[in-house]
Design a protein around this ligand. Structure first.
Ligand code: G3H
Ligand code: ZN
Length: 287
């Protein structure tokens, strides 16, 4: 069964750990993420970008696939199915398709428009029992066509959005999607601290989870981060394991070209990456 992310994030805030959001792209990604969560006895948020939703033949297909896999794999840990960096229209479609959580990313709108649109979606999500994430400032880099300037959030604007009754708040604090450049200045903990002071127990979300040093992750959790998004890292480990399999000629031995064999090393690599992150975020045995 899919659940809203509300309860798992409230528990994370109280317990000083973070729940991981792992983006999915296909059946293997979903299977690996669910398996890791079950083995770690950890709650999990499955993120679906608009691009990935399209790739998987629409949000309805994704919802039905995830629900059926939870049942068939006998997954008992809490699982939220969450739209990642959604547009207003995409948010409506996911609510309709049966997602249990959405992110409306209105960070590219002027703040008044971000507030208005977020407010409307909060009302809708409350009515349907979904959790909702909003964004202030922006995440640098690019993810699936979503390009951010990397503007550090204004804590007062964060408070305005938090006061609308959202479930979780993503704020730009110098974080970037994809690989971090060698001259990256690091996270702005000063900003994170100021946001936490103003928003109280609001679960804060750290995007761009790939490549952030472990100590920074832990400090961010200490300052109220209760959800951390990881996407690129699973893609990198999947690609590396698949490349190794092919370079070693395993695809040519036996029936190594059978997709069920060819995709296995990459799938196993995702399981390991997700488990390592759950360990780091402190969500193991928190289901
Ligand atoms: O929304 C998803 C993320 O923020 C993931 O970022 O690809 O850098 O891990 P990442
Ligand atoms: Zn993101």
């Amino acid at each position: 069964m899919l659940v809203s992310a509300k309860e798992m994030l409230e528990k994370a805030v109280a317990g000083h750990y973070a729940v991981g959001q792992f983006n999915i792209n296909n059946l293997e990604w979903t299977k690996a993420s669910l398996q890791a969560a079950q083995e770690c006895n950890s709650p999990i948020i499955l993120g679906v970008s608009e691009g990935a939703g399209k790739y998987m033949c629409g949000y309805k297909t994704v919802t039905e696939m995830v629900k059926a896999m939870i049942e068939a794999m006998e997954i008992t840990v809490p699982v939220a199915l969450h739209l990642d960096h959604g547009s207003y229209e995409g948010s409506l479609k996911c609510i309709e398709a049966g997602f249990s959580s959405i992110m409306f990313d209105g960070s590219h709108y002027p703040i008044d428009e971000n507030v208005e649109k977020t407010k409307e979606l909060v009302a809708l999500c409350n009515e349907k029992g979904l959790s909702i994430e909003a964004e202030v400032g922006s995440i640098g880099g690019e993810e699936d066509g979503v390009v951010g300037k990397g503007e550090v959030a204004d804590p007062q604007e964060c408070k305005r959005i938090a006061d609308l009754g959202i479930t979780m708040l993503a704020a730009g604090i110098g974080n970037i999607h994809g690989k971090y450049p060698s001259n990256w200045e690091g996270l702005s903990f000063e900003t994170l601290d100021a946001i936490q002071q103003l928003t109280g127990n609001m679960p804060l979300v750290l995007h761009g989870g790939t490549g952030i040093p472990d100590e920074m992750i832990k400090k961010a959790i200490d300052l109220g981060v209760a959800k951390i998004n990881v996407n690129t890292e699973c893609q990198l480990t999947f690609a590396a394991a698949t490349r190794k399999y092919i370079e070693e000629g395993k695809d040519l031995e036996g029936k190594g070209y059978d997709p069920r064999k060819l995709l296995l090393p990459g799938t196993k690599a995702i399981v390991e990456t997700v488990k390592e992150k759950m360990e780091l975020f402190g969500s193991v045995n928190k289901a």
